[in-house]
Design a protein around this ligand. Structure first.
Ligand code: DX5
Ligand code: ZN
Length: 223
């Protein structure tokens, strides 16, 4: 069970210090938005390069952008540990996933709440993670969408059947109130923005969320 705090909810004027507040995080989740794929604009490659220089925690880059085929490889080249592109935006997902892996990054495929995961089952051997959005992408602090829970279970089942080691990540509205449901359904990587950076002690919240996920998980302890 891994926790990936999203710096979308951190103080953008002090990102280095904010990352240092969550030393127990497994990843730092970086939401890249382009005012096109989503109605919000955040940060791009130059900021990610500075973040990489400022932390030893691996970066989990979630690209909510148009034309990831063109832009995603740059994040892998820069040294991101994981690069996730959206199914709704990508043109050649197999080629892009292979390119990302070839550059030394993990490759993730994200789907919005209304996008089914089953059509992407054949891609699993080329992927390291599927990201199931549990809010519409674009903003932090939105309420968790319970309608996605069956899809989490579906994704876990597709991964099990594939025999591939693919992580199932959930992103959006994950908190003490909702993480148990996600873990029970089969998620094993949890993005949390407002729940972590809105907490008085963000690192303690990381440990609390991980403990709750472990307690609720339906997966074997060594998975
Ligand atoms: C939403 C982003 C999320 C966001 C999550 O588009 O992809 O990563 O930061 O924030 P919370 O945890 O506050 O819903
Ligand atoms: Zn995200």
């Amino acid at each position: 069970m891994q926790i990936s705090p999203s710096i979308l909810s951190a103080d953008f004027a002090r990102l280095g210090e904010e990352m240092a507040r969550v030393p127990d995080a497994d990843w730092i989740h970086v939401d890249v938005m382009d005012y096109a794929f989503v109605p919000n604009l955040t940060m791009g490659l130059p900021v990610v390069e500075s973040l990489l220089a400022a932390t030893s925690t691996p970066l989990d880059c979630h690209l909510m952008i148009d034309d990831p085929d063109r832009w995603a490889p740059g994040y892998a080249e820069a040294g991101a540990g994981s690069v996730t592109f959206h199914a709704e935006a990508v043109k050649a997902p197999v080629r892009l996933a292979r390119t990302l892996r070839g550059l030394g990054s993990r490759a993730g495929l994200a789907v919005n709440p209304a996008t089914p995961i089953t059509p992407y089952a054949d891609l699993l051997p080329d992927l390291d993670m599927v990201l199931l959005m549990t809010v519409e992408p674009g903003f932090g602090g939105q309420p968790f969408l319970d309608m996605v829970l069956p899809k989490i279970a579906e994704a876990r089942e597709l991964v099990r059947r594939s025999g591939c080691d693919v992580w199932v990540q959930v992103d959006g509205g994950v908190s003490e109130a909702t993480i148990g449901r996600c873990a029970e359904a089969g998620a094993d990587v949890f993005v949390a923005g407002s729940a972590v950076f809105g907490a008085e002690d963000p690192d303690r919240m990381v440990r609390t969320l991980r403990g709750m996920a472990e307690a609720a998980s339906s997966l074997p302890a060594d998975a």
